[in-house]
Design a protein around this ligand. Structure first.
Ligand code: ATP
Length: 618
């Protein structure tokens, strides 16, 4: 997506829009139906950015469709405002502002609760339109007499008052809407939106303010909906009150699912199928009210058999026909070679990210700790997972943390990265109190972790995964560079190549995560954390689930990336920790049992007791 041929999609869109009015009538589409498809298409572009790209399923888009439409229609009828396009833009802006306010409330929740809030808010808008605001919206009569647009050419004025000329007007705006949307989804913001869709937890953990980006997507969708609502009034010469109805939102969701979410064109294709079938079933087959039954069955069949919609399904079929499917079925792991390790070392030398420029020598005596935990305690009801832990790491140190199952290691790590708040105690990073900060802010400061269970962006490629993490480092936690190209982000490629080389995935760069072997996914998991260029890297069970060969490779990998970096590793694999760490902290029953060098820990009776339950080690 990031490296497409410039303007190919735009050129094909223009060609399709020019050809459509000549082709579609031969397939049984009436001119009015073709125009309605375009209105739904514009409506759907914004919705697809919200649903298909960001993963937020809203059932409340009718609120913004109706708001934009009513504002434009009110200006053009009751207020006698003469400029159609200006009215459409004002309607769009009002819908965007309303979207911002609604988004502030709805985005406080996720998943089904988010969807339910959007339904409820749309119902509120429907009620308000029909009752308190009926004087402005026409209540159940809607607003008739919306004028058609015209274009003043100086010597004459062109009126878009026939079906054909209205098609040109609508197609022009669809094209503009698509060009803008393509820029957005190809921008750094678009990359972050896809990351949020795939894994919001990790998107925030690599340093993105996901609430800000979700709100952005919500406002964009509301603005598109508002503009499309205005187009509906202009196209029909009448702004209908049913624009506000739940059916409108539901139809938009179904059309997007039919066409294919996350494609931008899916809603247009879905609207084409939906409106064609609805015309065909009612007017040609005279099915009366039963048309919805047939449409429902068609919808269920399509969604069951084409889970990625018509566009996604067609792309899959094409890929299969081209023989790519066979190649992707069985992932083959590309093991780390000695050459990869040399490359990783060279990458570490070649690129000296800013954080490391000031790094201290490993475990430098007398240096101030980079990380300190003072009296950290975490209680879950009556259960004390961590109790009064005092712990510090020096710059450049590689610390290991071990402990039997349930000792509280993961809880401790989660508190250190501010994923969960401590019940008591404080955490200091580079002398700064970070207790109570968010995981995003802490990552921006240079403290992040890799996860025990992979937290990757599964629908993205290796490069796109690392790009998302590097973007947080290079752009900060929130930036609205909606129309910028990722290639223009200074040093992005350098950072991605650096992380790729460090984790030995340079030859898998364009492979989707789903096709990676397990060991490669584990390396990418570490790569994501490294791409944020952390000053302190915490690794939560990096050897979890690995085969002996993968474990050996990962030990080598960590040795090559550790040079001068400050790292803390939690793992059950004692051999690996003893090989890697300079000092080891042993946790037991939520407390620090002992701390020392690997030799001291190996021979410590209390540690043997904790692990062996009292049986003396041989
Ligand atoms: P393991 O090595 O098995 O991963 P661990 O040392 O990482 O274990 P934690 O996962 O931190 O240990 O768990 C410490 C204790 O806290 C356990 O008794 C666990 O059941 C409990 N615990 C952890 N998370 C929660 C939670 N969200 N709610 C309640 N109890 C929890």
């Amino acid at each position: 997506m990031l490296r497409q041929r410039p303007f190919l999609v735009e050129a094909l869109t223009a060609a399709g829009l020019i050809a459509a009015p000549f082709v579609l009538p031969h397939l049984g589409f009436t001119p009015t139906t073709i125009n309605r498809i375009l209105v739904w298409g514009v409506f759907g572009i914004g919705f697809d950015i919200l649903f298909g790209f960001t993963g937020l399923l809203s059932f409340g888009q009718s609120a913004f469709f109706g708001t934009g439409g009513m504002v434009a229609a009110y200006l053009l009828t009751i207020a006698n405002f003469p400029h159609v396009v200006t009215s459409l833009i004002i309607g769009m802006l009002v819908a965007g502002v309303v979207g911002y306010l609604v988004g502030l409330i709805a985005l406080r929740r996720t998943g089904i609760y988010f969807a339910m809030i959007t339904v409820a808010i749309a119902e509120v808008f429907f009620f308000v339109e029909f009752n308190p605001l009926a004087a402005y919206t026409g209540g159940e009569n809607g607003l008739p007499g919306v004028p058609t647009p015209s274009l003043d050419l100086g010597f004459t004025t062109f009126h878009f008052d026939s079906d054909t000329s209205l098609y040109a007007f609508l197609a022009f705006w669809y094209f503009i809407g698509m060009v803008i949307a393509l820029r957005i989804v190809r921008s750094p913001v678009g990359a972050v939106l896809r990351a949020i869709r795939d894994n919001p937890l990790r998107a925030s953990a690599v340093g993105h303010n996901i609430h800000g980006y979700k709100l952005t997507a919500f406002v964009i969708a509301a603005a598109y909906a508002g503009f499309a609502g205005g187009l509906l009034g202009v196209m029909q010469g009448f702004m209908p009150p049913d624009a506000f109805m739940f059916d409108t939102s539901g139809q938009l969701v179904m059309q997007t699912a039919i066409g294919g979410a996350g494609t931008l064109f899916g809603p247009l294709v879905g609207a084409t199928v939906w409106l064609y079938l609805s015309d065909f079933l009612q007017t040609t087959l005279h099915l009366g009210a039963a048309w919805k039954l047939v449409l429902g069955i068609v919808f269920v069949l399509l969604v069951c058999f084409l889970r990625r919609g018509l566009i996604g399904g067609t792309a899959d079929l094409l890929a299969a026909a081209l023989g790519r499917a066979g190649k992707t079925a069985e992932p083959t792991e590309k093991a780390l070679t000695a050459q990869d390790e040399r490359k990783a070392a060279a990458a570490a030398d070649a690129v000296e990210p800013s954080h490391h420029a000031t790094r201290a020598r490993a475990g430098e005596r007398g240096a101030a700790p980079i990380l300190e935990a003072r009296g950290l305690t975490k209680r879950y009801g009556g259960l004390v997972a961590n109790s009064d832990i005092t712990f510090s790491v020096l710059p450049g140190e590689l610390r290991g943390i071990i402990g039997p199952n349930g000792a509280g290691k993961t809880t401790f790590f989660k508190m250190l990265t501010c994923e969960i708040p401590p019940t008591a105690g404080r955490i200091l990073f580079e002398g700064r109190d970070i207790t109570g900060m968010t995981v995003t802010d802490v990552c921006q400061l240079g403290l992040t972790k890799s996860y025990q269970i992979n937290q990757l962006f599964n629908r993205l490629t290796v490069r796109e995964n690392l790009t998302v993490a590097a973007l947080a480092e290079l752009r900060g936690k929130f930036k609205l560079d909606l129309f910028a190209s990722p290639e223009k982000v200074s040093r992005l490629d350098e950072h991605v190549q650096y992380a790729l080389a460090l984790v030995g995935l340079s030859e898998r760069v364009d492979t989707p995560v789903a096709q990676l072997a397990y060991g490669e996914k584990r390396r990418l998991e570490i790569g994501l954390a490294l791409a944020t260029n952390p000053k302190l890297l915490l690794l939560d069970e990096p050897f979890a689930g690995m085969s002996p060969r993968e474990r050996t490779e990962t030990v080598q990998l960590l040795k090559s990336i550790r040079r001068g970096r400050t790292m803390v590793i939690v793992d059950h694999d004692m051999d690996a920790i003893f090989q890697l760490a300079e000092r080891i902290t042993v946790l037991h029953e939520g407390r620090v049992l002992v701390e020392g060098t690997p030799e001291e820990i190996k021979s410590n009776a209390a540690v043997q007791e904790a692990y062996l339950g009292g049986v003396q080690a041989a």
